[in-house]
Write a protein that binds this ligand. Structure first.
Ligand SMILES: Nc1ncnc2c1ncn2[C@@H]1O[C@H](COP(=O)(O)OP(=O)(O)OP(=O)(O)O)[C@@H](O)[C@H]1O
Ligand SMILES: [Mg+2]
Length: 241
């Protein structure tokens, strides 16, 4: 479904992502971990067209999407959330999620159609009854669910989540993990998920990719990653996880 081949992204003298290759299959739930500054968000940004790759290719469902515009990539069927939540705080939950539904993967919809689609995903993420609340009035957990609902309202084939669980309580993280599993099982959407919360990632993914200093150092089942020496060394390198 997603094929990343030899992608490199530099910022001046810093190589944030170095010659990274991997693939994600249809129906997979794949985690992406690595110490702070490992290049995880930069990799997401190059895949989704927010940043231009210096070299390498990204293809999605057989189409070359390397360095296409974010809106084009979104229409090809990839939706994402951002590490720093990007809700429109002056707008209501329904308005926020409707933007995803109107501009999403299924082509342009009218606002009225978009609202119906938005209501479905607001309910899916458990925000029933909060349609008319302004995003600024919500807790951080609820705003993260708004982001998730907005991405789902694009009706993507692949959902990419950048640290959706950070700042949440353990109970909120459990709820979020359950929702992410339902995204795959009930909506048939593949998931690529950056998270620092190890238990969540280990317990709720099929496969984990590990980045360290821009390089992909491991790609395997959670049980393999837990026993991988290179991964332990990367996390013991003194960088806070
Ligand atoms: N726009 C930018 N300009 C310059 N350097 C950047 C930019 N974005 C990221 N970097 C640098 O690239 C490296 C990788 O950053 P990135 O944000 O991708 O890491 P990350 O793995 O997402 O970290 P975290 O877990 O803290 O979110 C870091 O050294 C960071 O300072
Ligand atoms: Mg990041």
């Amino acid at each position: 479904m997603l094929e990343v081949a030899g992608v490199t992204k530099t910022f001046g003298g810093l190589t944030a992502v170095e010659d990274v290759s991997f693939s994600i299959g249809s129906g997979e739930l794949v985690g992406l971990i690595g110490p702070n500054g490992a290049g995880k968000t930069t990799l997401f940004n190059t895949v989704t067209g927010v940043l231009r790759a210096d070299s390498g290719t990204v293809s999605f469902q057989g189409t070359d999407i390397t360095n296409e515009k974010p809106s084009t990539i979104n229409q090809q069927g990839i939706a994402r959330t951002f590490q720093i939540v990007r809700t429109f705080d002056e707008s209501t939950v329904l308005e926020n999620v409707t933007t995803g539904a109107v501009f999403g993967a299924s082509g342009r919809r009218s606002t009225a159609e978009g609202r119906d689609v938005a209501r479905k995903y607001i309910s899916f993420v458990g925000l029933d009854g909060k349609e008319d609340a302004e995003a600024s009035e919500l807790t951080i957990a609820d705003r993260k669910h708004v982001e998730l609902a907005r991405a789902l309202a694009c009706e993507p084939d692949l959902l990419m989540l950048d640290e959706l669980g950070s700042g949440l309580t353990p109970t909120e993280i459990d709820d979020l993990c359950e929702t992410i599993e339902r995204v795959r099982s009930e909506l048939n959407v593949s998931v690529f998920w950056i998270e620092h919360i190890m238990e969540a990632i280990m317990d709720h993914t099929d496969r984990i990719l590990v980045l360290n200093e821009g390089e992909l150092i491991a790609d395997g089942a959670p049980s393999e990653i837990q026993q991988n020496e290179a991964v332990s060394r990367a996390y013991l390198g003194g960088v806070e996880v």
